[in-house]
Write a protein that binds this ligand. Structure first.
Ligand code: NAD
Ligand code: UGA
Length: 456
């Protein structure tokens, strides 16, 4: 039986390993992490991350061929294949601070793998890493005298949070990069065979190592670039009475453009888009490619502009003062169906509202605990309220910041009745029926569409 160890029990390590264990009963999977609380939570029904469908898959495989442990060394030692799925955040110090990836976590893993391994292993980069990291990893793994052979593969993960289990069960593609040597190709086939237990062979793409590493950064950069492109157009729509939804539909029906990732919003969030684009910028700069670096940097700059523009719209439409006004924020997660708030646009929006001395009430079905931690610096200006009706009680305005389906189904007449008048609603996700809200009496503002106002 093939033994797999995954280092890192986070948003990627947990769900991907649960899916492998569920689909491929010929392997034994152990997920290890230095975070004992996380490992403990993976062993209960109160998992450390919220992801629709995840608990069912975990429960099916846990104790059968899926295990969670804090014994990192033992996990590595026993394994034939070691996935490295640790975090690779943006560096906050030294050279490349604010742009380059902080590579200390994967390097620690590589050193640990070298230290404790007594048999040959396939090492799989699951984390998102700068192109040519595998080369550095191989140097660490094979430094000095070491009779053990490690074959490094790149197998980036493309799951999106909120739909992780669907994405893992029926991926558009699985990408595996390996060396074009006999041992590289053999390792690549071993991993491909595991995925092939449930993924059609023609969806398993194989490339060289560097193409695979770079494809992951490129995919995220292209996705984020689409969001920034439509958000740039949303600003022009607001100035010209064009409707960004109509523009998106019109261009999305061109099969060369396609309809996905054209939803204008307050901006993209999540732990990866910004980090991965900035990593790409840093890589371009490191290779002396100034213009490509500037091109990609602009995708992040536009995103920041969009977040700030949203707060300015709120301020200007509410008579240029929101001091002491109660503002109900509906949604704090960076997207629906997750409790993850990393790089959520809501963080910046709340901070900017607080700097205008607004009284903020944050509501979210899954992300309140994370929101509390994210907003400690402005905790004097923020309350947290799970119930959106209570959050909106007495409020001057509602700001919809996450596209939770729940917000579509609320009784907005009841909400309106309990609010200060004029009652403002800022739909940062363009997800509500704006005509119906206007009929109720709301002052309605959205992204890239004209306002609907009873004033003047
Ligand atoms: P995460 O922070 O949720 O999880 C990483 C885990 O690694 C943590 O639990 C941490 O304790 C553990 N860890 C760190 N160093 C360790 C060590 N030396 N030994 C053992 N455990 C260690 O991160 P994530 O969101 O799962 O992302 C992991 C990687 O996957 C990143 O490179 C990210 O860019 C990439 N990625 C993330 C997503 C996503 O949706 N979150 C999707 C695709 C790819
Ligand atoms: C993204 C990619 O979609 C995954 O393929 C990738 O694996 C992952 O990053 C990663 O590397 O971490 P994720 O960040 O989980 O996944 O979620 P997305 O669905 O991509 O949404 C990202 C952000 O863009 C969200 O804030 C979302 O609300 C926003 N978005 C998305 C828009 O504003 N408009 C859109 O049309 C689409």
């Amino acid at each position: 039986m093939t033994k797999i160890c995954c280092i890192g029990a986070g948003y990627v390590g947990g769900p991907t390993m649960a899916m492998i264990a569920r689909q491929c009963q010929d392997v034994q999977v152990t997920v290890v992490d230095i975070n004992a609380d996380r490992i403990a939570a993976w062993q209960t029904d109160d998992l450390p991350i919220y992801e629709p469908g995840l608990l069912e898959v975990v429960k099916e495989a846990r104790g059968r061929n899926l295990f969670f442990s804090t014994d990192v060394d033992q996990g590595i030692r026993d394994a034939d294949i070691v996935f490295v799925s640790v975090n690779t955040p943006t560096k906050t110090f030294g050279e490349g601070a604010g742009c380059a990836s902080d590579l200390q976590y994967w390097e620690l893993c590589a050193r640990r793998i070298k230290e404790v391994s007594t048999s040959d292993k396939i090492i799989v980069e699951k984390s998102t890493l700068p192109v040519r990291t595998a080369e550095a990893m191989e140097r660490v793994l094979h430094a000095g005298h070491n009779p053990v052979h490690f074959e490094v593969l790149s197998n980036p993960e493309f799951l999106a949070e909120g739909t992780a289990m669907e994405d893992l069960e029926a991926p558009d593609r699985v990408l595996i990069g390996g060396h074009e040597t006999p041992s590289g190709q053999k390792a690549l086939q071993t991993l491909a065979d595991i995925y092939a237990t449930w993924v059609p062979r023609d969806r398993i793409l194989t490339t060289n190592l560097w193409s695979s590493e770079l494809s992951k950064l490129t995919a995220n950069a292209f996705l984020a670039q689409r969001v920034s492109s439509i958000n740039a157009i949303s600003a022009l729509c607001e100035a010209t009475e064009a409707d960004v939804g109509e523009v998106a539909r019109a261009i999305g029906t061109d099969s060369r453009i396609g309809p996905k990732f054209l939803k204008a919003s307050i901006g993209f969030g999540g732990s990866c888009f910004k980090k991965d684009i900035l990593n790409l910028v840093y890589l371009c700069e490191s290779y002396g490619l100034k213009e490509p670096a500037e091109y990609w940097r602009q995708v992040v700059a536009l995103n920041e502009y969009q977040e700030t523009r949203f707060v300015k719209t709120m301020l200007h439409s509410m008579f240029n003062t929101i001091a002491n006004k109660r503002i109900a924020v509906f949604g704090f997660a960076f997207k629906a169906d997750t409790g993850d708030t990393r790089e959520s646009p809501s963080i910046k929006v709340c901070r900017e509202l607080a700097s205008e001395h607004a009284r903020i009430v944050v509501s979210d079905p899954q992300a309140i605990d994370n929101a509390r931690k994210d907003l400690t610096d402005i905790d004097g200006s923020v309350e947290f309220e799970l119930d959106p009706y209570k959050a909106a009680e007495g409020a001057h305005a509602i700001a919809i910041l996450t596209d939770w389906k729940e917000y579509r189904d609320l009784d907005y007449q009841r909400i309106f009745d309990g609010m200060q008048k004029p009652a403002f609603l800022f739909d940062g996700r363009n997800m509500l029926d704006h005509d119906a809200l206007y009929e109720i009496g709301f002052e309605v503002y959205s992204i890239g569409k004209g306002k609907k106002s009873h004033l003047n």
